[in-house]
Design a protein around this ligand. Structure first.
Ligand code: NAD
Ligand code: DAU
Length: 351
């Protein structure tokens, strides 16, 4: 397939910005159109290194606006869509589920409808939906999520993502829209908004603020370097069979409290503080409502069929990540102040 004009939604966010950077640098013959509403989580400062590239264009817009999305498809005649735009934070979905229902479900439906209406020769098109392992629910002590694991979403966020996955598959089966879906585990790395565990804790340690550990800190997540996720999307986009689903994961399970202690140790070292200083900031707080216990991804299908494996060991990745946030103080200060300050303080300063 010779895919030329690609609509990437949510390209100013955490994962989207890594994906846009990878595609702009790796595929000079493609044109990447980044559509993003620039919510609190979207930030054009994530893309300053490629913003003037000839194969890149940014458009500010909302995927919930159906008329706008239809006219965009008409105007640009996209060959493919890689859809990442979403409300992505579980805690916010507990506080404000409707934002998630609108963007994640209605927004995805609008994109599917626009693709369906505008794509005539389906053989050369692709709608790639980027999703999460949270759609599979919560694991006990053993087992892993496989592509065939039944859906069992338990938060408004995961239910909205599960709903969007179902819509994408429904458009494949009903209208033959060429789609592919990937479900990925927890990402970490640079440019992640400091509301998610790792950047929030780095930010708080730096500022000597409490580290709010939910419940007993015993929940388990499977962490993947964000650039490895972007590489996986690249491989799936170019090699996947239409209609398929692929799990993406790091084979890298950590109990929250153990991960937090690693962050504390690396931060002490990088900040030149005596060992044990940051751990004193650990504060156990009320658990997240409906907190999923454990996620673990079996990514064997992606490895065996398309040859993808993670490239980076966690120990190296977390050191690089912490170093990035400490070196890019201005980025961290910008996203937690200015236009974002009200939002950030309301959510996080009183913990
Ligand atoms: P993010 O919150 O950092 O970025 C989301 C982006 O979408 C932002 O730039 C935001 O401005 C944009 N956006 C939000 N609502 C929009 C709307 N209505 N119209 C247009 N743009 C809008 O999220 P992320 O962590 O980069 O996640 C990207 C995608 O990957 C999401 O679909 C998420 O569900 C999925 N995912 C994330 C993870 C993770 O660990 N972060 C893991 C697996 C899957
Ligand atoms: O699994 C993929 C998902 O990973 C993505 O789909 C989501 O978009 C992404 O936000 C992430 O969801 P989590 O809820 O797992 O990530 P979060 O960073 O919010 O939390 C990670 C774990 O840390 C979780 O068990 C809750 C806990 N936690 C989180 C925060 C923010 C705390 O103990 N304290 C905190 O302050």
């Amino acid at each position: 397939m010779n895919l030329k004009k690609i609509l990437i939604t949510g390209g100013a966010g955490f994962i989207g910005s890594h994906l846009v950077r990878l595609f702009v640098n790796k595929y000079p013959d493609y044109k990447m159109v980044n559509l993003d509403k620039l919510t609190y989580a979207g930030n054009l400062a994530n893309l300053t290194d490629i913003e003037n590239a000839p194969n890149y264009e940014f458009i500010k817009g909302d995927i919930v606006d159906a008329d706008f999305i239809h006219s965009l498809f008409k105007q640009y005649q996209f060959d493919a869509v890689i859809h990442l735009a979403a409300e992505s934070h579980v805690d916010r979905s507990i506080a404000s589920p409707m934002d998630f229902i609108m963007t994640n479900i209605v927004g995805t439906a609008n994109l599917l409808n626009a693709a369906k209406a505008n794509w005539t020769d389906l053989s050369s098109k692709l709608f790639y939906h980027v999703s999460t392992d949270e759609v599979y629910g919560s694991l006990g002590e053993t087992g892993m999520f496989e592509e065939t694991t039944p859906y069992d979403p338990r938060s408004p966020y995961s239910a909205s993502k599960a709903s969007s996955d179902h819509l994408v598959r429904a458009y494949y089966h009903t209208y033959k829209l060429p789609v592919v879906i990937s479900n990925c585990s927890n990402n970490y790395g640079s440019h992640q908004f400091p509301e998610k565990l790792i950047p929030l804790f780095i930010h708080n340690i730096k500022n000597n603020k409490p580290l709010p550990v939910y419940g007993k800190g015993e929940n388990i997540r499977d962490w993947l370097w964000v650039e490895d996720h972007a590489r996986a999307i690249d491989v799936i986009f170019h090699k996947a069979k239409v209609g398929e689903t692929y799990n993406i994961g790091g084979h890298n399970e950590w109990k929250n409290i153990d991960l937090i202690k690693v962050i504390c140790k690396v931060m002490d070292k990088q900040l030149g503080r005596p060992e044990g200083t940051s751990e004193k900031l650990i504060t156990y707080v009320t658990d997240r409502a409906g907190h999923d216990m454990r996620y673990a991804i079996d990514a064997t299908k992606l490895k065996n069929e398309l040859g993808w494996t993670p490239s980076l060991q966690f120990e190296e990745g977390i050191e690089k990540t912490i170093q990035w946030y400490l070196t890019n103080e201005e980025w961290l200060n910008n996203v937690t102040s200015g236009a974002y300050q009200h939002y950030y303080e309301k959510q996080y300063n009183n913990r």
